[in-house]
Design a protein around this ligand. Structure first.
Ligand code: ADP
Ligand code: ADP
Length: 227
């Protein structure tokens, strides 16, 4: 059960200890698709990066599953991140990009092959496993980034504006693909966006943030119907 719990999580940056995230409390259910929505600078990425272990927390506690992960490095948190800029290795093929995390964990070769094939099937990228990222379209690259994230069957998915670099048409298509992927593998997901439509169409619940604090937490239906 990969519930994620944030208790009074606070982040202060720099010499003047400016508050980026102020006393954030959230209980993310197992298999939930939770969206952080809000304007640029409201603390979405910082919160996500604290869950990922890419940013120290100033105060509070973060649990992934039953584990207090405050002092765990990213690689020990059993999470996968997907970023806006894909973060693929340019000199590795699609196959090698997806297999990378399994190789450094010393998984046997035949198991890696099977895992990459499963991920590639789900994302329909099996036909270009031998290409380099530069030989792919933006949407295909983002699919490879998703493949790399799901290949390890992590406890949670953390996505930071994964569709922002795509054109409008592809964004709509990839939204649907990410939702389909989430239904297929059912992994607890936190998805950061500043795009209201993305939040409304994708989230089980939406956390609306502003200036480092939570303003509202509701389902898309509730948010839509409130005056
Ligand atoms: P969002 O993801 O909602 O755009 P961020 O979490 O990136 O917002 O930023 C929240 C606040 O923290 C902003 O005021 C930003 O300027 C500040 N901030 C983010 N990263 C750093 C950093 N490395 N050093 C100092 N301040 C930062
Ligand atoms: P988009 O306009 O959607 O970004 P591209 O024009 O980059 O897409 O690519 C269109 C199609 O051509 C894609 O299916 C892609 O896989 C293929 N493609 C692009 N570059 C190469 C390449 N160097 N070698 C083989 N196929 C390629």
């Amino acid at each position: 059960m990969a519930r994620i719990l944030l208790n009074n999580v606070t982040k202060r940056y720099g010499k003047f200890k400016e508050l980026a995230v102020d006393n954030f409390n959230m209980d993310i259910k197992d298999q939930e698709f939770l969206v952080f929505l809000g304007p640029s600078g409201c603390g979405k990425s910082t919160t996500l990066r604290m869950v990922a272990g890419l940013e120290d927390i100033s105060e509070g506690e973060i649990y992934i599953g039953d584990t207090l992960v405050n002092d765990y490095p990213p690689k020990d948190r059993d999470i996968s991140m997907v970023f806006q800029n894909y973060a693929l290795y340019p000199n590795l093929t699609v196959y090698e990009n997806i297999a990378f995390g399994l190789r450094i964990r010393k998984m046997p070769k035949h198991e890696i092959e099977a895992a990459v094939k499963r991920a590639a099937d789900v994302l329909e990228i099996g036909n270009f496993l031998n290409r380099k990222p530069r030989e792919l379209s933006g949407g295909q690259r983002q699919r490879v980034a998703l493949g790399r994230a799901i290949v390890r069957s992590p406890q949670a998915f953390l996505m930071d504006e994964p569709l922002s670099n795509l054109d409008a048409k592809l964004r709509v298509q990839m939204r649907a693909e990410i939702i389909r992927l989430h239904r297929t593998i059912g992994v607890t997901t936190i998805y950061v966006t500043h795009d209201q439509i993305e939040a409304m169409t994708m989230g089980d619940r939406i956390v609306v943030m502003n200036k480092g604090v939570i303003q509202q937490v509701d389902t898309p239906e509730q948010i839509y119907h409130k005056p």
